[in-house]
Design a protein around this ligand. Structure first.
Ligand SMILES: *[C@@H]1O[C@H](CO)[C@@H](O)[C@H](O)[C@H]1NC(C)=O
Ligand SMILES: *[C@@H]1O[C@H](CO)[C@@H](O)[C@H](O)[C@H]1NC(C)=O
Length: 122
């Protein structure tokens, strides 16, 4: 194998690895964790939610499943807005390295699994 062929091969492998890494980004890279806080709001337990994007690319228009979601503690709609069975996070704005957090209060916690997002790799 000539030297230039080898270089081309290296470049191809490198690109494949990069694009493979990017294509691994998916909804699964969004993690939603919740913890019961020590606070009660109107007699109901309070839960704090942290949404983290573990993908090296930004994710926009992130929606969580929130069927039946209720809270007695108001939530800033620019952070989490309920509309039907899905809830929009961060008003659809990009989520990158900084986790999004908010709190709600209800008798039980809601699973809030990621439903959809738009992955934007630059
Ligand atoms: C969520 O609650 C846990 C337990 O009280 C606490 O350790 C954590 O710092 C809280 N996170 C936020 C973002 O409030
Ligand atoms: C997203 O929400 C729609 C409508 O509620 C539902 O049919 C679909 O299964 C959800 N997808 C995921 C990945 O949860």
């Amino acid at each position: 194998m000539g030297d230039s062929t080898y270089k081309v091969l290296c470049a191809v492998i490198f690109l494949v690895l990069i694009s493979h890494g990017y294509s691994q980004c998916s909804l699964k890279d969004l993690s939603v964790t919740q913890q019961k806080t020590a606070v009660k709001v109107k007699g109901k337990p309070e839960w704090n939610v942290t949404i983290t994007n573990n993908c090296p690319c930004v994710q926009t228009n992130v929606k969580l499943n929130c069927v039946g979601f209720q809270t007695v503690e108001p939530i800033d709609v620019t952070i989490f807005s309920v509309s039907g069975d899905s809830c929009l996070v961060n008003a659809g704005q990009p989520i990158y390295r900084d986790p999004i957090t908010f709190k709600y209060a209800w008798d039980n916690s809601f699973p809030l699994n990621p439903n959809s997002s738009v992955i934007a790799c630059s």
